[in-house]
Design a protein around this ligand. Sequence first.
Ligand code: ZN
Length: 233
Amino acid sequence: MDFPRGRAGCKEELRPPSCPFCGGPQWWDGWRLVKRQGTLSLSGGLRWALGLYRRRARCFNLVCDCRSSTIYEAQGYPHRWFTTAVIVSAVAELLAIDGATLASVAKHWECHPRTLGRWMAWISCLVEVAVLFKACWLHDPSGMPPPVYKPRRKDLDSSRPEMGSWKARAVLVGSLVLLFAWLARLHRDKGIPLEEGPGLGAILRRQFDLYRLVSLLTKSSPGMQIDVLWTGG
Ligand SMILES: [Zn+2]
């Protein structure tokens, strides 16, 4: 979603959300152009959104560390060309389709194979499966065991040894994606507001909104805050 351009800071506009650092009031502080962003279309394919503008806000509090911050739309995430919905869709395709390779899936999603490989590595390091599994199981009122991903790609059962390590990574990444989706559903069932879209993106976005922690692709991600995994009481 992009915002129409207008006179930032004019009186008629609604106030920006409160300051992410001190919780105080803010005023509008201009715009930031996002040249292009890969988003998920309604049909589930890739759609390039061009020339998005994101609004910026500045805190009233002169002693607050927050000088000026960007306000991200749903599924917008800092330092990303592709939304988390695209990332999850591409990774799911790689994990589920027989014969899919980094190159073939990357071509479909118009990214570099190395980027797709980074998405896999990034997801695998976000949080330990056991920690996420426990959070899901503890807080699910149904008592249902949370899901574990079982790869169905027949080519992963080949005798080639490299396929064994690939399968282990597929189980890890697939399980994390499923568990994030499970946990996001528990949050939504409890009425805890999360952005729309895949659970992984929604939980990461919640962590960003609460702590301004960003999980970058090219550096190790900050540890997941336990109270982000569950805050539903
Ligand atoms: Zn502030």
